[in-house]
Design a protein around this ligand. Structure first.
Ligand code: PHE
Length: 379
C-alpha cells in the first residue's frame, strides 16, 4: 500500500516539474524562484523526489531514477534558455530612452556624422519591435544546410539551394554555407525555447547575385517569429500594420498579397503605400503606388514539428524584411551599392518618415541645417 501511494506521489512531483518547465519567468526574481523550486534543499523538487527514490523498493528505484534524470536534463536545458531570455529582457529594460537628445561624438572641427543609414534603420526596426514585446535573437552567418534549408521545409530541388544562389563553403558532409536569409534563426530559437516565443533576428545574409542597383551579394534582414497558443493571421496583420505605421508614419496603408514560402502556410507579401508619392505612382513604386517590404506567413506545422513543438497546440507567424529596401525607401537612396561604399552624402538626405529616432539624430538632421562641405561640392 505504502509503495502505491509513494509511486503516485513521485509521478505527481515529476509532472509538476514538467509543468513548471513550461512557464517562462519574466524577471530575475521569478528566475530565482524557479531555481529554488527545483534545486533548494531539503524541500526543492529534486530533493523531494530523491528522498522518495531512496526509500523506494528496488524494483521501482530504476523507474524513478530514470524519470528524475530526464527531468533534470530538461531543467538544465530550460535553465540555459531562461537565463538568455532574462538577460536580454534586462537589456531591453535598460534600452536608452529614444526621445533623449542625441550625443554627437566627433573630432573637434569636423561636421558631426550620424550613424550609417543602415545602422540607423536597423536600430529603428529593432526599437519598434522591442516595444511590441519582441526579444532579439541572433544566429551565425555561416550555417549548415539543415538550418538554412531542410528544417525550414525547403525541398532538395529548390532553386535557392543551387550553386548560383548560395555561397557554399563545403558542399557535403554536411553542406556548410553562408546563410541566404535570417530564417534559420527561427529554427535555432525554437529548438532552445518553448512557446510563448516572440523574437526578432536582425543580421547579414548572402546570395550569389550579380551586383546591380537593386541587388547585392550581401544585405541585411530582420526576421520575426511569434509562436504561442491561438496565434492567428489577425495577429500577424495587426503586428505588421503597427510596425509599418510606426516606421513609415501613421497614414501608411498596407496590403497583403498571397505568396509562397516553403516554411509558411499560408504565405503573404506585404506592401506599403509608397512613401515617396503617397500612393499616387512614381518611379520607385513603378507607378503602382505600392512597394513590397517583406515576406510573411503562418509557420508551417512541419517546421514546428522539426523543432518538437506540437502544431496541434501551438501556431505562429513569421516574417522577414529587407533592411536595405527599408533604408532606401526612407532615405530616398536609389542604388543599393551606395550603402556599401564610403560616402558623405548621407548627411544631406534625411529619412522621409522617422517617427522613432534611436539616437535623436533625425531631429537634428534637417536639410536646412546642412551646409554642403567642400567634399560634397566636388562630387
Ligand atoms: N526568408 C524569406 C526570404 O528571405 C522571408 C520570409 C521570412 C518569409 C519569414 C516568410 C516568413 O525571402
Amino acid at each position: 500500500m505504502g509503495s502505491v501511494s509513494s509511486s503516485t506521489q513521485w509521478e505527481r512531483l515529476i509532472e509538476e516539474g514538467y509543468q513548471r518547465l513550461n512557464t517562462n519567468p519574466s524577471t530575475p526574481e521569478e528566475l530565482q524562484q524557479l531555481k529554488q523550486f527545483f534545486t533548494s534543499k531539503p524541500n526543492g523538487l529534486f530533493a523531494r523526489i530523491q528522498q522518495i527514490l531512496r526509500e523506494a523498493p528496488p524494483e521501482e528505484k530504476r523507474v524513478i531514477g530514470k524519470a528524475l534524470n530526464a527531468l533534470r536534463t530538461a531543467y538544465q536545458e530550460r535553465w540555459q534558455a531562461w537565463k538568455t531570455v532574462i538577460t536580454q529582457h534586462a537589456e531591453v529594460q535598460a534600452f536608452p530612452d529614444p526621445t533623449l537628445p542625441g550625443v554627437w561624438t566627433t573630432l573637434p572641427g569636423l561636421t558631426p556624422c550620424p550613424s550609417h543609414p543602415l545602422t540607423a534603420t536597423l536600430n529603428q526596426i529593432c526599437t519598434i519591435f522591442m516595444r511590441l514585446g519582441f526579444w532579439i535573437a541572433e544566429g551565425p552567418e555561416i550555417e549548415t544546410d539543415w538550418y538554412n534549408f531542410t528544417a525550414l521545409n525547403i525541398p532538395e530541388d529548390h532553386p535557392a539551394r543551387e550553386m548560383q544562389d548560395t555561397f557554399y563553403i563545403r558542399v557535403d558532409d554536411p553542406p556548410v554555407l553562408l546563410r541566404t536569409h535570417t530564417s534559420p534563426v527561427q529554427i535555432r530559437v525554437m529548438e532552445k525555447m518553448r512557446p510563448p516565443i516572440r523574437i526578432i533576428a536582425p543580421g547579414r545574409v548572402y546570395r550569389n547575385e550579380t551586383v546591380s542597383a537593386r541587388a547585392h551579394v550581401q544585405f541585411h534582414q530582420v526576421e520575426g517569429l511569434y509562436v504561442d497558443r491561438h496565434v492567428t493571421i489577425a495577429d500577424l496583420k495587426s503586428t505588421l500594420n503597427a510596425f509599418a505605421r510606426q516606421f513609415f508614419g501613421p497614414a501608411t496603408r498596407t496590403r497583403f498579397r498571397i505568396s509562397y514560402f516553403p516554411f509558411t502556410e499560408p504565405s503573404f507579401e506585404m506592401d506599403v503605400s509608397c512613401t515617396l508619392c503617397d500612393g499616387k505612382g512614381c518611379a520607385v513604386c513603378k507607378r503602382t503606388g505600392w512597394v513590397e517590404i517583406l515576406g510573411c506567413g503562418m509557420v508551417d506545422p512541419a517546421v514546428l514539428e522539426n523543432c518538437q513543438i506540437d502544431p496541434e497546440q501551438y501556431s505562429g507567424f513569421a516574417f522577414g524584411m529587407g533592411v536595405e529596401r527599408l533604408t532606401m525607401l526612407s532615405y530616398r537612396i536609389e542604388d543599393i551599392r551606395r550603402l556599401f561604399q564610403a560616402e558623405w552624402h548621407w548627411r544631406v538626405q534625411p529619412p522621409v518618415h522617422v517617427p522613432v529616432s534611436p539616437a535623436g539624430f533625425h531631429q537634428k538632421m534637417r536639410p536646412e541645417e546642412e551646409k554642403p562641405t567642400e567634399a560634397d561640392k566636388k562630387e
